[in-house]
Design a protein around this ligand. Structure first.
Ligand code: AP5
Length: 216
C-alpha cells in the first residue's frame, strides 16, 4: 500500500493512517509528527519550524520536501507507506511526483477525506495523545477505558494536547487548507488518482471506505 491521505485538520488522516499501518504493515509518514518530534528534541529543524507551526502556517516547501525525501529513503518504506499531511500544496505535489518517479515508485491512490468544517473544531479541540506510544484519543469520540492510562501501551499520566489545537490556530489551519492544500485535488483528479471517502462516518466505516475505494 502506497497512498496519500488528504483532508483538512481534524479530518482523521492520522487516525486512519495508524489503523491502516497496523493492518497492512506499512509505515505512516506524517509531516506534522516529524516536525513535532524535531521540536520536542530541540533539533535545529525543530527550532526553525516551531513558531510557524504554533501559528498554523505552512513550513517552507524546501524544508518540508527535504524532510520527506529523507524519510522515504529509509528502509522501512520498502513495504509501503501512508503519506499524511504531505503534500500540502501544488509545489509539494509536483516535487513528490518527481521524487517517486526517480525512485520508480507508483502510488496506489490519493484518498480525500471529505468532512464538514464546522465539526472539525469540535474534533480537534477534544483530541489528546499518549506521549508514550502516540495513540490518539478524543474526549467524546474515542475515550480511553481508564481516564489517565493508555489502552494501547498502558502508560499512566502521559496524555498530552498539541500546542496548535486551540480555536484560533485551528481557524488559520483550516483557511490554509482551503487556500493552499485544496488546489491539490484537481492536480490528482487530472491524473485519475483521486478517490473520495466520507470522513464524517464513524471510524471503522471510514477505514472500510478507504479499503473499498483503493480496491475498486
Ligand atoms: P499536521 O500534524 O499534519 O496537522 P493537520 O493536517 O492540521 O492534521 P491533524 O493532525 O490536526 O488532523 P488529522 O486529519 O490527522 O486528524 P486526527 O486523525 O488527529 O500539521 C501540523 C502543522 O505542521 C501544520 O499546521 C503546518 O504548520 C505543519 N506542516 C505539516 N505538514 C506540512 C507540509 N506538508 N508543508 C508545510 N507545513 C506542514 O483526528 C482528529 C480527532 O478526531 C481525533 O481526536 C480523532 O480521534 C477524531 N476522529 C478522527 N476520525 C473520526 C471519526 N471518523 N469520527 C469521530 N472522530 C474522529
Amino acid at each position: 500500500m502506497r497512498i496519500i491521505l488528504l483532508g483538512p485538520p481534524g479530518a482523521g488522516k492520522g487516525t486512519q493512517a495508524r489503523i491502516l499501518m497496523e493492518k497492512y504493515g506499512v509505515v505512516q509518514i506524517a509531516a506534522g509528527d516529524l516536525f513535532r518530534e524535531n521540536i520536542k528534541a530541540g533539533t535545529p529543524l525543530g527550532k526553525q519550524v516551531e513558531a510557524i507551526i504554533k501559528e498554523g502556517r505552512l513550513v517552507s516547501d524546501d524544508i518540508t520536501i527535504r524532510m520527506i525525501a529523507d524519510r522515504l529513503d529509509k528502509p522501512d518504506c520498502k513495504n509501503g507507506f501512508i503519506l499524511d499531511g504531505f503534500p500540502r500544496n501544488v509545489a509539494q505535489a509536483e516535487a513528490l511526483e518527481k521524487m517517486l518517479h526517480e525512485k520508480g515508485i507508483a502510488l496506489d491512490g490519493v484518498v480525500q477525506m471529505a468532512v464538514n468544517d464546522e465539526q472539525l473544531i469540535d474534533r480537534i479541540s477534544g483530541r489528546f495523545t499518549c506521549s508514550g506510544c502516540g495513540e490518539g484519543y478524543h474526549d467524546k469520540f474515542k475515550k480511553p477505558a481508564h481516564a489517565d492510562s493508555c489502552d494501547k501501551c498502558g502508560a499512566k499520566g502521559k496524555f498530552t494536547r498539541r500546542a496548535d489545537d486551540n480555536a484560533a490556530t485551528v481557524r488559520t489551519r483550516l483557511e490554509t487548507y482551503h487556500s493552499q492544500t485544496a488546489p491539490i485535488l484537481p492536480f490528482y483528479s487530472a491524473r485519475k488518482m483521486l478517490k473520495t471517502v466520507n470522513g464524517m462516518a464513524d471510524l471503522a466505516d471510514v477505514t472500510s471506505q478507504i479499503e473499498a475505494v483503493l480496491a475498486g
